[in-house]
Write a protein that binds this ligand. Structure first.
Ligand SMILES: Cc1cc2nc3c(=O)[nH]c(=O)nc-3n(C[C@H](O)[C@H](O)[C@H](O)COP(=O)(O)OP(=O)(O)OC[C@H]3O[C@@H](n4cnc5c(N)ncnc54)[C@H](O)[C@@H]3O)c2cc1C
Length: 431
């Protein structure tokens, strides 16, 4: 193929982190059927560069990743992310059953387990943060989700790992657990490749332009590609890509971290014996997970980190966050502790209202560019969001209710919108 020719794909996904790898998989399922290739201009097999005469055997989906797959600079690395049935906000609670279904589908197809159910606890201090916890109880009541209320004694009877006074109360909901993000991402990619998708690593997309025939041109460091629809799942780098078509999502990127403790009491903190839990503090929450993927118990502060950019962030742990976690554990779950095995840093990318953005860029004349921002709490939804994005790309609409994740809402378009990053109260906190 002449060097000046653009390779054509029907769909291009920019950014193969958690959500992008999900989008690639779901798009590859739809487009490998060969039913969506009408109106394809001169096409070339991306691998052999031969002109394609029969398009039915080729999957026209391309995933671009600026680094190598599985890199640790974005938001989706690490072996475990919490998945739970309930949010305090119905826009998420009503999507969650489908997110479990999406994960089950890739588990069935790959034969690998991605989600582990452990049960989930919410804990609060009476008179201090009970009101935040109550919002979750109200949401579960509204959505007919069963849960148990626990006093401190009931909590310790169920989970003797906790040593809490009567000032601590809890809610237990059994449909909660963890998703293995490393496995989830790799499974999505490998299944997508199996469906014929092409993935180019170390290949940043540098800009988007419009072709004369109306298609979108994606410029990269490794060549120029043309497509019908682009899905931008670029995490903390979202605006570098979107900026080239005049779209800006006012995200705040923070450097978050999780700490693994080398507890000597491993047997008490296995997935079979110990739940995921979230402790509500007045200005942030602390979340913890049982041992998975290594030998350490895991804990982190939600929105506890410094504001950074995806490129300026460091990989240095913040000792203040480690201290906050250690102090809470000393009080309520001392056997969880041990020497610090590892503290891993990671990025949150949050719109000012901390809600997802899942929409096209039609308001700027780019209805064929679809964007998704996970707002620092999206891994549990990664496969489902991938499915939603594939439907938006292929069908132009989705069966799921994403009406409140639009890009034209005030939080995105009104520069005076006051950020509220803590999904309970306040603005989130740098410790
Ligand atoms: C410490 C921590 C704990 C978390 N805990 C949970 C949890 O318990 N439960 C939960 O549901 N969520 C959790 N989250 C949030 C969740 O992990 C993220 O919302 C989600 O993983 C973000 O996925 P993403 O695909 O949007 O971003 P990323 O995974 O960052 O992917 C974006 C990708 O795009 C690539 N890219 C960017 N620009 C370009 C370009 N120009 N060209 C090509 N590629 C590009 C990047 O290199 C990157 O690979 C947590 C996040 C952190 C940091």
């Amino acid at each position: 193929m002449a060097a000046s020719k653009r390779q054509y794909f029907e769909y291009i996904v920019i950014g193969c982190g958690g959500i992008g790898s999900g989008a690639l998989y779901w798009l590859s399922k739809r487009s490998s059927s060969g039913l969506h290739h009408l109106g394809v201009p001169e096409t070339y097999d991306p691998l052999t560069e031969d002109k394609v005469t029969s398009s039915s055997s080729i999957c026209f989906v391309l995933g671009l990743e600026q680094f190598s797959l599985g890199h640790e600079r974005g938001g989706s690395q690490d072996v475990s992310r919490i998945i739970r049935l309930t949010y305090d906000d119905d826009r998420y609670t009503r999507l969650i059953p489908d997110t479990f279904k999406a994960w089950r589908q890739i588990e069935r197809e790959s034969g690998l387990q991605v989600v582990w159910m452990t049960g989930g606890l919410r804990l609060a201090r009476k008179g201090q943060t009970e009101d935040i916890m109550e919002k979750f109880a109200e949401s579960m009541d509204r959505n007919n989700i069963k849960y148990d209320r626990l006093s401190n004694l009931q909590l310790m009877a169920r989970y003797p790992q906790f040593t809490v006074g009567p000032d601590i109360v809890g809610l237990y909901q059994e449909q909660a657990g963890l998703v293995d993000a490393v496995v989830g991402n790799a499974v999505h990619i490998q299944l997508a490749r199996g469906n014929g998708a092409t993935v180019l690593e170390n290949c940043p997309a540098t800009r988007l332009t419009r072709a004369n025939n109306g298609n979108v041109i994606v410029h990269t460091t490794k060549g120029v590609f043309e497509c019908r629809k682009v899905v931008v799942t670029a995490g903390g780098w979202l605006n570098s890509v979107l900026g080239t078509i005049g779209v800006h999502v006012p995200v705040t990127v923070t450097q978050e971290q999780v700490t693994y403790y080398a507890t000597p009491h491993m047997k008490e903190f296995t997935k079979e014996k110990f739940p995921i839990w979230i402790f509500h503090c007045p200005r942030y929450s602390i979340y913890a997970l049982p041992i998975h993927g290594n030998t350490g118990s895991k804990i982190g502060v939600d929105v506890g980190g410094n504001v950074v950019t995806a490129d300026s962030r460091t990989f240095e742990p913040d000792p203040a966050q480690e201290r906050t976690c250690t102090e809470l554990l000393q009080e309520i779950c001392p056997e969880f502790l041990g020497p610090i095995l590892q503290t891993k840093t990671c990025l949150y990318t949050m719109p000012p209202d901390r809600h997802f953005v899942v929409d096209t860029c039609a308001y700027k004349g780019w209805s064929d560019v679809i964007v998704c921002c996970g707002a620092g709490h999206a891994y549990k939804f990664a496969s489902l969001l991938g499915k939603v994005l594939s439907e938006l790309a292929v069908d132009g609409r989705t069966q799921y209710d994403i009406s409140q994740f639009n890009i034209t809402r005030d939080a995105i378009q009104d520069p005076t919108f006051k950020p509220t990053f803590f999904l309970g109260r306040g603005t989130g906190a740098k410790l």
